[in-house]
Design a protein around this ligand. Structure first.
Ligand code: NAD
Ligand code: TYD
Length: 339
């Protein structure tokens, strides 16, 4: 099988590429990635020379490039990770989110139709469901929860999901969608909460907690997400949405404290800063459907996953130092100065 993985130079996409090359050595993986600020070719260095792996630099919105890649590779499966993925950046500048996340998805689906792709999988997010109140721990997102978005990021992802369902119904595109909770693990770009806090701790820099730090996220180790998508590709029913999450809700402030403790840094580094606009309060996934239908369960407990992740950042300083010292520095100044 030939599988086109878009966004494979990013956080989850690269972990998925590694997972697939390990789990299915008979398949050919073609990674299509624009290498935006979030894409990093050094991440893929260990697989670049493999015979059943090909990297192609390209934009999923560039229809000509997408169609010619499909004509050349004739993929059986397409897994779309490529996206603008950071809520704070979407608040600063929504335009590129709409372009990549919606029009890019359209281009990939049009090419998938034209070249008879057997499965198009859209990697979506639990953020399409909006948020849950903090005082209702009995509530969870199911696949039936109405779409109700808060940020330009989540609105763009929800728009893409609606288009995917429309292509399935109207054109019979054999599509599936997964909506996962917050991931953490190796190769996570340092603008996101967990890597940002680990790196700031290591550099003895302030740890900027938005608002009161009481917002809750449902964390999943990235490898568990990759395994769930692999399972959906093999056994998922077309036209279906699968929520992915492992019942691991944590308050932001507790995560930050845990990272301080693990790295032996004082909690006095914690600095409360102005809240994010429209900040979602709580995300929590009900994974009953994927568990019952496909037998998926998360394998990595948070206590182990966070230790592995911290260890990875300790052992891979050159990976993140290259990012933190580059263009990303400008973003950091813009986002956090005077906040
Ligand atoms: P990321 O920002 O780390 O990586 C995104 C990748 O997409 C980068 O390699 C980037 O270069 C590439 N890309 C961006 N625009 C592109 C374009 N126009 N054409 C081709 N490539 C492009 O993101 P991530 O955290 O790995 O997320 C991957 C996917 O998973 C996204 O669709 C995101 O919405 C979804 N998701 C993420 C999380 C999470 O916790 N990170 C949770 C649920 C779902
Ligand atoms: P983030 O990693 O951006 O993921 P998302 O917003 O998609 O869930 O943020 C996770 C949580 O951490 C979110 O509630 C915002 C909060 N946060 C901070 O408190 N400080 C920070 O510097 C960042 C980046 C996030």
């Amino acid at each position: 099988m030939t599988i086109i993985v878009t966004g494979g130079a990013g956080f989850i996409g690269s972990n998925f590429v590694f997972h697939m090359l390990r789990a299915h050595p008979e398949d050919r993986i073609v990674c299509l990635d624009k290498l935006t600020y979030a894409g990093n070719l050094t991440t893929l260095a260990p697989v670049m020379e493999m015979e059943n792996f090909r990297f192609v630099k390209g934009d999923i919105c560039d229809r000509e490039a997408v169609f010619s890649l499909f004509a050349e590779e004739r993929p059986d499966v397409v897994v779309n990770f490529a996206a603008e993925s950071h809520v704070d950046r979407s608040i600063e500048d929504p335009g590129v989110f709409l372009r990549t996340n919606i029009l890019g998805t359209q281009a990939l689906m049009d090419a998938s139709r034209q070249y008879g792709v057997k499965r198009y999988h859209q990697v979506s997010t639990d953020e399409v469901y909006g948020d849950l109140p903090l005082d209702r721990p009995d509530l969870f997102f199911t696949e039936e929860t109405p779409i109700h978005t808060s940020s330009p990021y989540s609105a763009s992802k929800a728009s893409a999901d609606l288009l995917v369902m429309a292509y399935h119904r109207t054109y019979g595109l054999p599509a599936t969608i997964s909506r996962c909770s917050n991931n953490y693990g190796p190769y996570h770009f340092p603008e996101k909460l967990i890597p940002l806090m680990i790196i700031n701790c290591l550099n003895d820099r302030p740890l900027p907690v938005y608002g009161t730090g009481e917002n809750v996220r449902d964390w999943l180790y990235v490898e568990d997400h990759c395994k769930a998508i692999d399972l959906i590709l093999q056994q998922g029913r077309v036209g279906e949405v699968y929520n992915i999450g492992g019942h691991n809700e944590m308050r932001n402030i507790d995560i930050v404290r845990l990272i301080c403790k693990a790295l032996g840094k004082p909690e006095s580094l914690i600095t409360y800063v102005t809240d994010r606009k429209g900040h979602d309060l709580r995300y929590a996934i009900d994974p009953t459907k994927i568990h019952k239908e496909l037998g998926w369960l998360p394998e990595t407990k948070f206590a182990d996953g966070i230790q592995k992740t911290i260890q990875w950042y300790l052992e891979n300083r050159e990976w993140w130092e290259a990012i933190v010292s580059g263009e990303y520095q400008n973003y950091y100044e813009r986002m956090y100065a005077g906040r």
